[in-house]
Design a binder for this molecule. Structure first.
Ligand SMILES: [Zn+2]
Length: 232
């Protein structure tokens, strides 16, 4: 099995996943800590991981039961994210620190995952020095519970829409059905989605700049949202 490392990086139980902050708490904490974004992000550039990985605001929209994992199912028109008990053929795509160890908290269904995303997942898992220094930086800045790591291509993986000047890629969630999905979002809309994922590029004078890859819209707060068709 090519993705055997998945098990070594998994949560021990659903309760570990459920310790992740909900979106409201994560947003409030980020507002207090936003100055740290580029300080953490500079490691992506110094380790040349900026085209592979991005920093994610750790948050959850619902709880998992034991035996469930959060799995993404790209389907061409949309990406569904839902709990699954089918633990075979998963590609880990997002990680956070739990008990001092990088731990996968989100996966992509292998059969519908692009070769590009599989490669990014492998490169991240092989980046020992990057993972070690990023862990140290998150611990030093007391943001280990706030930030995680995800594959860059998840910003629009499986979608036929891409960010433009007028549209952003957002994630939104049907909490009752415990299904999230990615879609495009009119940036001129009244409801501003909250940034939830950033990539980094080298800027001037040894500085890095953060670019929002994805934002999060809370369905309850944005009833006007019209997602692209969801195909499961
Ligand atoms: Zn979200």
């Amino acid at each position: 099995m090519p993705w055997g490392i998945v098990m070594a990086y998994s949560f021990a139980s659903a309760s570990e996943f459920n310790e992740i902050l909900d979106i409201g708490a994560a947003r409030r904490t980020l507002e207090e800590q936003s100055g740290l974004l580029c300080r953490v992000g500079e490691l992506f550039v110094t380790h040349r991981m900026e085209t592979v990985a991005c920093l994610v605001l750790m948050h959850r929209h619902y709880e998992l039961a034991d035996g469930e994992r959060l799995v993404r199912y790209p389907s061409g028109k949309s990406v569904a994210i839902r709990p699954s008990k089918d633990l075979d053929n998963l590609v880990p795509c997002s990680w956070c620190l739990r008990r001092g160890q990088w731990t996968a908290y989100e996966y992509s269904a292998s059969q519908s995952t692009s070769p590009g995303l599989k490669e990014q997942s492998s490169l991240i898992l092989a980046g020992d020095l990057f993972l070690r220094e990023l862990k140290e930086r998150l611990v030093d800045t007391e943001t280990a519970g706030l930030f995680g790591l995800t594959c860059l291509s998840l910003g629009h993986e499986g979608l036929d829409v891409f960010p433009t000047n007028k549209t952003a890629i957002v994630e939104t969630t049907d909490i009752k059905r415990r299904i999230g999905f990615f879609t495009s979002w009119d940036t001129g809309s009244n409801h501003a989605p909250a940034p939830s994922c950033w990539s980094f590029i080298a800027s001037t004078r040894d500085q890095v700049a953060a670019r929002v890859v994805r934002s999060c819209v809370d369905c309850d707060r944005a009833p006007v949202l019209k997602p692209v068709p969801l195909i499961l």
